[in-house]
Design a protein around this ligand. Structure first.
Ligand code: ZN
Length: 188
């Protein structure tokens, strides 16, 4: 199958603010769209991509988790997990919240701090339309919450921990350099 890298829609495109409609048909066209979205996410590179971000207002998202690293900081082969999620519904949220820095492929050049639930449980459908239940935590839960927000027209800039906690990538790199820390912010 051929895969195409799709154009990513950025602000102020209005499709990013629309509530996406449910996926009803899990046909060949949808399978092709899913493969193209996975290719687009990997090429970006990003750890998640929601259908509105490529101009389709449907409840579909692909997510690929951050890899685990070995002692030398190299990616452990096979430690990334790929999810294809249609029609997700969060059915439980942990009371515990965590702050983290996020970037969005539709808001290029910026990062911001957002508070998310540490763990969420959801109901959804897989790429064949089969009903699934998932429990995710930590960074994976953060990506899921960011992507499900996209399906509801919500962006991370709507929920910054503070209006000040929003930086250009250059500003953020400068802050990191000063504190002697190193952090690459995943985009999604
Ligand atoms: Zn995003």
């Amino acid at each position: 199958m051929t895969m195409t890298v799709l154009d990513i829609v950025t602000l102020p495109d209005k499709i990013l603010r629309k509530k996406a409609r449910p996926v009803t048909s899990f046909d060949d066209d949808l399978q092709q769209l899913i493969d193209d979205m996975i290719e687009t996410m990997r090429e970006a590179p990003g750890v998640g991509l929601a259908a509105p971000q490529i101009g389709k207002s449907i409840q579909l998202t692909v997510i690929e988790t951050l890899p685990e690293l070995d002692d030398e900081g190299h990616e452990i082969e096979g430690s990334r997990e790929l999810f294809v999620i249609a029609n997700p519904e969060i059915v439980w949220r942990s009371r515990k919240m965590v702050d983290g820095i996020e970037g969005c492929l539709s808001i290029p050049g910026y990062v911001g701090e957002v508070e998310r639930h540490e763990e969420v449980r959801l109901r959804a459908q897989d790429r064949q339309g089969k009903k699934i239940r998932l429990k995710v935590k930590g960074w994976t839960a953060r990506i899921f919450q960011h992507e499900i927000d996209h399906l509801n027209g919500v962006l991370y800039i709507d929920q910054l921990t503070d209006r000040e906690n929003f930086w250009t990538e250059a500003e953020f790199d400068a802050i990191m350099a000063e504190s002697d820390e190193e952090e690459t912010i995943p985009e999604m």
